[in-house]
Ligand binder design. Structure first.
Ligand code: AMP
Length: 183
């Protein structure tokens, strides 16, 4: 599980799923696919994403619950960008408990806010994401600090937190994550 947007979490997630042979569940990717497909979920989610707001908990919790029940998740899965709020983390615990499963690790890729802003602005130029404009990015950072950052303590308290320095080359960061996972 990797928390932070603009810290390279999506890229690192792709490397890890290859290595471990498990699916990546990215709520951001699922929401962007729904927007592209013009579904009602997509229409609802777009308003929030374009404003740099988090999509309501009930929406993302439902998406994840449905996805982790699929057969390819039986051997494990990597959550990318979920949970992002305490209610999401509590709901995740609840759904896994019902399934007789649990989280093994929670990885926080630590990158300073100013570095995240710069990386997201660079990505905006490369990928043209509608939520990568400066005011929206600043709002995402604010929401991260208010709503997502408390999860660091939440998972530390459960003894699951792996804090990884997200600065450095792609392969350096991958090595650090694998080291933190003892993999
Ligand atoms: P990401 O690609 O993970 O940075 O997600 C892009 C955007 O999708 C976020 O800025 C949120 O608006 C929305 N999003 C993705 N995952 C979640 C989540 N777990 N909870 C709420 N909103 C989310």
């Amino acid at each position: 599980m990797l928390f932070r947007s603009g810290a390279g979490k999506g890229t690192q997630a792709k490397i890890l799923i290859e290595k471990f042979g498990i699916p990546q569940i990215s709520t951001g990717d699922i929401l962007r696919a729904a927007i592209k497909g013009g579904t009602s979920l997509g229409l609802e989610a777009k308003k929030f994403i374009d404003a740099g707001e988090l999509v309501p908990d009930s929406v993302v919790i439902g998406i994840v619950e449905e996805r982790i029940r699929e057969a390819d998740c039986e051997k494990g899965f990597l959550l990318d960008g979920f949970p992002r709020t305490t209610p999401q983390a509590e709901a995740l615990d609840g759904m896994l408990h019902k399934m007789g499963r649990k989280i093994d690790h929670a990885v926080n890729l630590a990158v300073p806010d100013e570095e995240v802003i710069q990386r997201l602005l660079d990505r905006a130029v490369k990928e043209g994401r509608s939520d990568d404009t400066e005011p929206v990015i600043r709002n995402r950072i604010k929401n991260y600090n208010d709503q997502t950052k408390p999860l660091i303590d939440f998972y530390r308290g459960k003894g699951l937190l792996k804090e990884v320095n997200g600065l450095g080359s792609l392969s350096e960061v991958t090595e650090r994550i694998l080291g933190a996972l003892n993999a």
